[in-house]
Write a protein that binds this ligand. Sequence first.
Ligand code: F0G
Length: 471
Amino acid sequence: MATSVDIITDQAFQQCLSPDCSATFDVGDVYTACPKCGSLLDVAYDWERSDVPDSLRWFESKWSRRNEPLCRSGVWRFSELLPFAPPEKIVTIGEGQTPLIATDGVAKYVGTNPGTLFLEYEGMNPSGSFKDNGMTAAFTHAHMIGAKRAACASTGNTSASLALYCCSSKLMQAVIFIGSGKISYGKLSQALDYGALTIQIAGDFDDAMLRVQQVSKELGIYLVNSVNPFRLEGQKTIMFRVLESLDWQIPDWIVVPGGNLGNSSAFGKAFHELHALGLIDRIPRLAVINAAGANTLNSLYNDNGLRWNGGRPDQAIINKYYAGLDAASSKADTIASAIEINRPVNLMKCLRALDWCDGVVREVTDQQMLDAKAQVGANGFGCEPASAASVAGAKLLREQGVIAPSDRVVCILTGHQLKDPTATIAYHTTDQEEFNRVLGKRGVSRAAFANRAVKVENDLDEIVRAIQLNS
Ligand code: F0G
């Protein structure tokens, strides 16, 4: 989209992340890549001109003004740390009011000490996933530049979020691209209910991502996928809220599922900026967890040694890896459909985040994710399969001795349990055929934490007996 609108801001600008380019652009320009070199863009700030407070505690004062929409929003409460939007242009639906909960049941499962394991429950967002944090920011930018249509490719949550912002604000039409047969019904039903123009293409998410970029360019539609740098500004606030919930203490680990790698990129930027501003004195370590069936980052990082390398990662390693995927016609395949992605668009930014945060990358199997998901469900909040990658990853890192028993660990639960109930039902089922149909083909052989429904005749005595036997 080649729109450019003069936006009066002396604080924010866009900047190419490649150190060999570093070109800067106005906030009113709309690009999803640097027009000079093709690298990703950041939203950057002239902090000298902004109103950043001296202490993060200052943000607590906003709570007392909860009747103001921008103070109630868990994103815009921190607007001084993402100062790109004039307040009158901000579109908020009360996103980001999400709790951080300590859970000893999950700590036991992961193998850390009581009181050390925290779940950041992003499923509490209006559309049921963390995406609303980024969508309010990208949508606000789209509104700032006067967009009338906004598009995304999605495994389901980004599209649900975009559709919700469009229908609640009535400012834009949502055009969403999804792959065939991959999106969960929970997420698809949201987009349809919210009235999004839904384009289902014969292909997977990676195909849809490619197409939406082409179509947006051709038709001048505003693109809200996380190649959009404004999305990531909103997602930074997940980390601000984590710190706030910990009374501004820094945890040892942030563990996050990795799909398109927007969250991990945003989290790294959040901590880097807070540190540079002198608002925190230490940066937590970041663990990004791939599904084994969609493990591009893990393969590149751990098997091929790809690193940020001061902004000059070895492109030959990446090209060779993708050529190998193409040659083998290899498609991502995991029960965690939200992260079933082989070509993460934010790879470069994620490498930078891993560098900033002394990060690690791991992959977990569908079996590990579903067991972890059942433990999350049994000990607190539920989550969708992809979200449980964080807990499964924390457990793996604990087993490997990377995470210590005394470490304070925050696992991000990215999406609500009800988003994708198919796997949950199959995991707990008594019907072996159903189990095999949904899970067996993905190498899931057991449901260690299954809570099976008790089948009973429609008879009062039988029902009473069943309850007595099972309680
Ligand atoms: N968890 C959930 C529930 C997601 O929906 C996604 C991404 C991720 C994790 C991965 O996050 O891309 O920042 O690494 N879902 C996108 C979508 C791709 O279209 O809804 P990431």
